[in-house]
Design a protein around this ligand. Sequence first.
Ligand SMILES: Cc1cc2nc3c(=O)[nH]c(=O)nc-3n(C[C@H](O)[C@H](O)[C@H](O)COP(=O)(O)OP(=O)(O)OC[C@H]3O[C@@H](n4cnc5c(N)ncnc54)[C@H](O)[C@@H]3O)c2cc1C
Length: 535
Amino acid sequence: MASSSLCFPTTSAAGARTTLRPDVSGFLLSGHRPRTQFKSRSFDVRCSLDSNVSDMSVNAPKGLFPSEPEHYRGPKLKVAIIGAGLAGMSTAVELLDQGHEVDIYESRSFIGGKVGSFVDKRGNHIEMGLHNWILGFQLEHQLHGIRAFLSTNQLKPYDKARNALALALSPVVRALVDPDGAMRDIRNLDSISFSDWFLSKGGTRASIQRMWDPVAYALGFIDCDNISARCMLTIFGLFATKTEASLLRMLKGSPDIYLSGPIKKFHLRWGCREILYDRSTDGETYMTGIAMSKATQKKIVKADAYVAACDVPGIKRLVPPTWREWEFFDNIYELVGVPVVTVQLRYNGWVTELQDLERSRQLRQAAGLDNLLYTPDADFSCFADLALSSPEDYYLEGQGSLLQCVLTPGDPYMPLPNDEIIKRVTKQVLALFPSSQGLDVTWSSVVKIGQSLYREGPGKDPFRPDQKTPVKNFFLAGSYTKQDYIDSMEGATLSGRQASAYICDGGEELVALRKKIESQVLTEAASLTDELSLV
Ligand SMILES: Cc1cc2nc3c(=O)[nH]c(=O)nc-3n(C[C@H](O)[C@H](O)[C@H](O)COP(=O)(O)OP(=O)(O)OC[C@H]3O[C@@H](n4cnc5c(N)ncnc54)[C@H](O)[C@@H]3O)c2cc1C
């Protein structure tokens, strides 16, 4: 069996018409034997994504995003962005739309950060993680979710009743009539865990184990005892109130092509080693440049504004130690990344085809469940068959399922050798899908990320920094930064929009600061010349 592996120690939008099967989307809350019921009803989703990239003005879940920024009329700025993850790319797109000059610097050989992917020597697309999107949906589909909850055999009627009670007493109900008030209530629940909140409202342990833990693992890679009530309720509130944001979808192919592909041309392969800064005579700290390196080459980049769009370990390495005197920067060190392991397994048949054994053994046509799946019965709470859900790059003629499984918590798997990880995951796949008995794994890959999302534990939200920092020409972006959303693709994108808005707001001041820095440099050079001539 061929295999690939990667370790990062610290550091659809579908085509024109895609067929979805709502009955199998979301949950596969299986017991040891899958007991999901499948209905054949299908419906079509139409979207204007023919050119590989979503037109966000049409397709974005509008409720999530602030309205389009006003057209910028200030001076054109030169902006240097460190990090080409979604936050960096989103900042770049927003700034380019406003007419600024932008460069994105990325230390890795591929862009996209945690949502990045690349093609290995054998043509396999390796992804940093399994990603799904929250897209347009309608009331009909929310009702479908309620029907699924009522009919699932994963929870006993008693647990369902207690669940209903807990949700009825949650800010989610208030969100239906007063979304802003509900959001305030949700923020105030940051200091307790979801388990503590849920149990205090009458919810049961069984519901946590069978239903909410897989959701918590998928959202934050930690369980309900460790995730903050704010994090979980933010998502529930969103699903309850935004009829346009309640559908999980996946890209039709690899993120490298369908997500970050169009922005590749802006990417410059340089890592930032150091933030260079100075202090003016009036005591103001400002950046003077960023020291960059690529292999043995080094250079200094100067700009009007600098954006660090890094992950948590990346920003901790970049902040100059003396800046930790500011509580703003010191708080960042309270945030810690969660380890996660993503495993891909290619089979010589269709693992999730449960109804027709013959179909699961043929390789002429893809067969099985074509959406994101959750389970409480495996170490990967969240998985999908990419050959079905994102077929453009992952379906290969003459080959079968490509399961992508996200192992959460990743901690116990981090020290294990890849062979052992693959052995354990394969065994659990077989326990979930006994009908796949006899299918072979023909290729596999393991990607370990030592610190991925920040740990959204109770009491951590106040430590997330704003995009605007105490250093006037230095800004932050990144899914861990302050925005009313969790650490996610949407959060990263939102942080980029906010960083860009701050930069545009400060356009005049940033130009004034650049002039001040230039004149200070000239004054210093002149006084140096005077000193030299005196000598
Ligand atoms: C396994 C997995 C599954 C996920 N599933 C989902 C999902 O289904 N839905 C969802 O919404 N979200 C999901 N997420 C979360 C989502 O991927 C992240 O929240 C989001 O991509 C973070 O984007 P970012 O730009 O803030 O950070 P990153 O993607 O981490 O980007 C930061 C970039 O900065 C670069 N960098 C750091 N330091 C430097 C430096 N000094 N110089 C140059 N470059 C530097 C890094 O190399 C990196 O490319 C998942 C994450 C993982 C790991």
